[in-house]
Design a protein around this ligand. Structure first.
Ligand code: ZN
Length: 356
């Protein structure tokens, strides 16, 4: 975070999930005209957002998971957006924590990949609001891991309010690559998905040597691959390294160095190698993830220090799907929730080893 200057400190004394802060929450100036709204420590919904001042107009990269946090962020951005109002929003992908605040930008230009738009309505805010509500009851169901699952989901979603969120679609979509010029400032949007989701993009601002990576990059927490294939996700990370970017803003966590991006690539190679060996022994994906996470090799690796290690369960399921495993699949969104239930159970089992 040395390259960044904290312009507006929100004064938060703990993360939204109640953890000790690893960096300050607020608006950082990261180059001459590029800014980042950085939310510690980068766990669920603690999403970083980009802001680029284009001399009288601004571009926002992503919006927050709900309207309260989006408004809170806009208040902190006032020193920049008072002189350069936000006229363009770019969504790096369709996860709610990157686009559910779009509603506050209705009528303005919103840019995303076509695949991002296609996926944007797969999870409904009303479904997450209902889940928040039902977690209270599920906590009393004494079987099927429901107690563990409901605690896991309740903690994940606790800071957020979804009832008033209406998904607001991008107005411009693209495939492969899209160039924008806003008041003379160039942007290059590269589609790097499917990988983390089906429509990931990264946003490069060449004359500032800045790239906003979205969720192909998590720093300090375990990356997650909802869509895959892994080859694309790794190619997206390599694309980040190939750009002439001194400053890389990840979707979650502190600013990334080139080394940090290489560590994520190494994590994916590690996961591929170890999960694949167990896949070949016909082990189920969540059992394979659990076994890898309990192994000495993992516990002595740098990845054991990243938060949310249990995301390896989701990663294993995605890998298995791409390897052609015949897994019993439930209709969405139940299928994803069932994977998260298994993830919650693995987390409960493995976390004592990780904190040891
Ligand atoms: Zn995210």
């Amino acid at each position: 975070m040395d390259q960044a200057k904290l312009l507006v400190d929100t004064g938060a004394t703990a993360t939204r999930h109640g953890e000790a802060l690893l960096f300050h929450e607020g608006l950082y100036q990261i180059s001459r005209q590029c800014y980042a709204w950085m939310v510690p420590n980068g766990s669920w919904g603690e999403t970083n957002i980009g802001l680029i001042d284009c001399n009288g107009k601004s571009v926002l990269v992503d919006t927050c998971w709900d309207l309260n946090f989006t408004q809170h962020m806009l208040n902190a951005m006032r020193p920049v957006i008072a002189r350069s109002p936000i006229e363009t929003v770019i969504n790096t992908h369709s996860d709610g924590d990157h686009c559910w605040g779009n509603q506050l930008f209705k009528g303005r230009e919103i840019v995303a990949t076509r695949a991002c738009l296609d996926q944007m309505h797969h999870t409904k805010p009303s479904a997450l609001a209902a889940l928040q509500h039902s977690c209270k009851a599920l906590k009393h169901v004494p079987f099927g891991g429901m107690r563990c699952f409901s605690h896991y989901m309740e903690d994940m979603l606790a800071p957020y309010h979804f009832t008033d969120v209406q998904i607001t679609d991008p107005t411009i979509t693209f495939q492969h690559e899209h160039c924008l010029n806003i008041n003379g400032k160039d942007f290059v949007l590269y589609e790097v998905g499917p990988g983390h989701t089906s429509g990931d993009a990264i946003v490069y601002v060449p004359d500032e040597s800045v790239v906003y990576a979205g969720d192909i990059a998590f720093i300090g927490s375990t990356p997650v691959m909802w869509s895959g294939p892994l080859e694309n996700l790794v190619a997206g990370l390599q694309k980040l390294l190939s750009l002439n970017a001194n400053i890389m803003v990840p979707g979650h966590g502190p600013l990334a160095s080139r080394n940090d991006i290489q560590n994520i690539i190494d994590y994916w190679h590690f996961v591929h190698e170890h999960i694949h060996a167990l896949y070949q022994q016909d082990m189920l994906p969540h059992e394979a993830a659990s076994k890898v996470m309990r192994s000495k090799t993992f516990l002595h690796s740098p990845y054991a220090k990243w938060s949310c290690a249990e995301r390896m369960v989701t990663n294993a399921f995605t890998l298995y799907r791409h390897w052609g495993a015949k897994l019993k699949s439930l209709p969405e969104p139940i299928g994803t929730l069932d994977i998260l239930r298994k993830q919650a159970l693995v987390s409960q089992d493995v976390s004592p080893l990780l904190s040891a």
